[in-house]
Design a binder for this molecule. Structure first.
Ligand code: ATP
Ligand code: MG
Length: 552
């Protein structure tokens, strides 16, 4: 069966899956992406999604979306909905296989009872603090909990009463009876159930006890017939426990766990815990703040899903931890947008230009290419008049010789329009230049001089009489250091200038109808995407060039 499958890429996961299918171990590969709905997804999750759904697609199998909703205190319906939206946006489909660990609570409870009956689990009344002390350390063995000596009947009785809600939180746990002296701390009688009197987004107040990740995860995999359970390296130490439990419950299948290296990106934090803090402490404007490394954030920024997948497709799926440079992500975004984004003209920091010799009241409609390298993307007509906006930065009062833009007596080409020479300028009371007085050469329409005269600089412009006004947000890296967590708290490494908000930007008229989520290139300035909602607000998806060195 593996013969006719087209393999796009190779890594240890795909190798394993292919070998297992070839050996007839499984008829079909079944994977799952198992987020806990306690936050929205970040770019690390995107790697896991692309791997799980990608492997299933490539090998003709299926991938489940399963919510690991075992801790009601931190989970919310909004996250459940948002996560589905994000996975779909990435282009993946779980078909009928939307599952919840909470769907299995009754089955998990029965299996816990089964473990108790076989002497494989017991109730423990140690406080959380004592449990820690009894567990020992890497160099010291643990000590047995008094619960280890309870009879099966006692254990069954207390466990049933835990379920019935007779005890306060923290008073009892159910633990696996494994080995308090194991070198693997996860095997020192790990907790399987804890008491929580919280309202669960799906089961309400039905349950007073909730399975731990370790007890829910492998058993859920088995219930769903998962063949390859892919998770990140930090779970490698849990694998023995995963197997120990599956051998002791009457599970319908025996999934195997494989670990791969999590995605780390420079200048970025991929930890739900820290991202949650950024939101709740107000360092950003929400999970979809375009500076956030969340899927929602990057979508709002205008990054196409294809660019993100392109980036992830280039990452190694390996067993050793590493950090990829954020420039690699940016490169994928720029490549995608350079190819796909239409070009437009916009002036972010406007300076007024009056063309002295422009015929009063005349408006020229000039043809402008939508993409310099792709004529099939067509052209548009842009109005030109005697009153323009240009960038403040494109004028220098006393320019050096090699400055090829505007200065007194300097001539430039206005993109798609005419040659124009700066004759004079006007200052305000504070001495700031506020207006340029220029002349244009009518013989240069379209941007070439019939006399063969050359100009080195070409600048963009917008007709002042026709411009639409907008706000624009320029994004800078959210963190200052390559490894924001290197010195402890990443919050201390936040870039105070991560967002520059500009108002009064002047755009060519057709941008009034820009589609949110379809980025365009503002010529010479970067790729911009219109934000959702009222008004004309643009977010710079990405600059034309790398600016990480400048962030500091
Ligand atoms: P975080 O580590 O950011 O708190 P998490 O692991 O708690 O995230 P889950 O919702 O439990 O988040 O993760 C769902 C899946 O995504 C898991 O299989 C996990 O291994 C995977 N995952 C999480 N972070 C990364 C990452 N940085 N790179 C690759 N996969 C990841
Ligand atoms: Mg986790």
């Amino acid at each position: 069966m593996s013969e006719d499958i087209e393999i796009e890429r190779e890594d240890f996961v795909r190798e394993t899956v292919r070998a297992d299918l070839a050996a007839g171990k499984h008829a079909q590969v079944v994977t799952r992406f198992p987020p806990e709905p306690n936050g929205y997804l970040h770019l690390g999750h995107a790697k896991s999604i692309c791997l799980n759904f990608g492997v299933a697609d490539e090998f003709g199998g299926r991938c489940h979306l399963r919510f690991d909703d075992t801790n009601p205190a931190k989970e919310e319906q909004a996250f459940i909905d948002g996560i589905q939206e994000d996975v779909r946006w990435l282009g993946f489909d779980w078909g009928d296989h939307l599952h919840y660990a909470s769907d299995y609570f009754e089955q998990l409870y029965d299996w816990a009872v089964h473990l108790i009956k076989n002497g494989d689990a017991y109730v423990c009344d140690l406080s959380a603090e004592d449990m820690r002390l009894y567990r020992g350390t890497l160099t010291e063995p643990g000590r047995p909990s008094p619960g280890r000596d309870y009879s099966v009947e006692q254990n069954l009785d207390v466990f049933a009463r835990m379920r019935a809600g007779e005890f306060p939180e923290g008073s009892y746990t159910l633990r696996a009876r494994i080995d308090m002296t194991s070198g693997n701390m996860n095997l020192r009688d790990p907790a399987l159930y804890r008491i929580k009197h919280a309202v669960h987004p799906r089961t309400g107040d039905t349950w007073k006890i909730y399975p731990t990740y370790d007890f829910a995860h492998g058993q859920s995999d088995a219930i769903e017939g998962i063949t390859h359970s892919l998770c990140t390296l930090e779970f490698a130490d849990h694998r023995q426990l995963y197997e120990w439990l599956l051998e002791r419950v009457p599970a319908p299948a025996a999934p195997r766990q494989y670990e791969f290296a999590r995605l780390n990106i420079t200048y970025t934090v991929l930890s739900k815990r820290v991202l949650t803090r950024l939101v709740t402490e107000g360092h950003v404007d929400g999970w979809d703040d375009p500076r956030m490394p969340t899927i929602r954030g990057i979508r709002r920024r205008g990054v196409p899903a294809a660019a993100l997948k392109e980036f992830i497709g280039k990452l190694a799926v390996s067993r050793s931890d590493s950090t990829v440079e954020v420039q690699m992500l940016d490169h994928a975004i720029r490549e995608n947008l350079n190819h796909n984004a239409e070009r437009r003209m916009a002036v972010l920091k406007p300076m007024k230009v009056t063309i002295r010799n422009w015929p009063e009241g005349q408006v020229d409609m000039l043809e402008a290419q939508n993409h310099p390298g792709r004529p099939e993307m067509g052209t548009r007509m842009v109005p030109f008049s005697g009153s323009l906006w240009v960038e403040q930065d494109d004028f220098v009062e006393d320019p050096p010789r090699k400055f090829f833009r505007l200065g007194p007596g300097r001539e430039v080409r206005l993109r798609f329009a005419y040659f124009m020479t700066c004759e004079d300028f006007v200052k305000d009371a504070d001495g700031n230049v506020v207006e340029l007085i220029c002349t244009y050469d009518p013989a240069t329409k379209g941007g070439n001089a019939p006399d063969g005269r050359k100009v080195k600089g070409t600048i963009h412009w917008v007709s002042a009489d026709h411009a639409v006004e907008a706000n624009a947000s320029l994004l800078n890296p959210l963190f200052l250091s390559e490894n924001p967590s290197a010195n402890g708290d990443p919050i201390a490494d936040l870039n105070p200038n991560s967002m520059e908000r500009l108002t009064g930007c002047k755009l060519e008229p057709c941008l009034a109808d820009a589609e949110p989520g379809t980025p365009v290139q503002f010529e010479r300035l970067g790729y911009f995407s219109r934000d959702q909602g009222e008004g004309l607000n643009f977010i710079r998806t990405i600059a034309l060039r790398d600016s990480y060195a400048k962030a500091k």
